[in-house]
Design a protein around this ligand. Sequence first.
Ligand code: 3PG
Length: 210
Amino acid sequence: MTDMITKALVQTRVVPLVQANDPDVAVKIAAALIEGGLTVLEVVLRTQEALECLEAIVEKFPDAHVGAGTVLSGDHANEVIARGAKFIVSPGLDEASVKIAQNHNLPIFPGIATPSELQKAWNLSLRTVKLFPASIVGGPKMLKAMASVFRDVQFMPTGGVSAVNLLDYLEIPAVAACGGSWLTPQNAIDKGDFAVITKLAREAVAIAKK
Ligand code: 3PG
């Protein structure tokens, strides 16, 4: 599973966040992203209905790589695994979630913001981490500094990434992919304008190809 996700990440290089409070809407968001060429999706646990949204997307798009984000605890990790998440993302480094994911042979990308956190993740055998919040903790400069020391680590910068700075991150060799919510703007979702999401996804795919 880890290899499959890593391969998919390196291919699409962009991981959009999906946040919804209705599984039908979540499926529409996912459909729009997939139509735009993004097939690795992170459904975030930030609404009451997030687990139902995750499950609905997993069922509807069995060929997509659907993971769960904002996983804060071991309980969350168990819940998202039960709903079919194929990978886990956390804002920070939670050892319980890491152990559970590893026991299930599921990739987990915990957030790190300092060398000490990264070293802790490295000692938990993790080799791909999320840099979060990337733009605030130093952006591409910080990433290059970390990568120069942790030579075998791949990063998924998230937080403040958009079409404007995506390439600045993606052109760093240690960056596997970037994550972000800019691809799924809430105002478009509220209006039911899912074509906007497909357009943003296509734009990101084109930038990633550069
Ligand atoms: C995350 O959960 O990874 C962040 O909230 C994403 O940050 P962004 O909204 O700035 O893309």
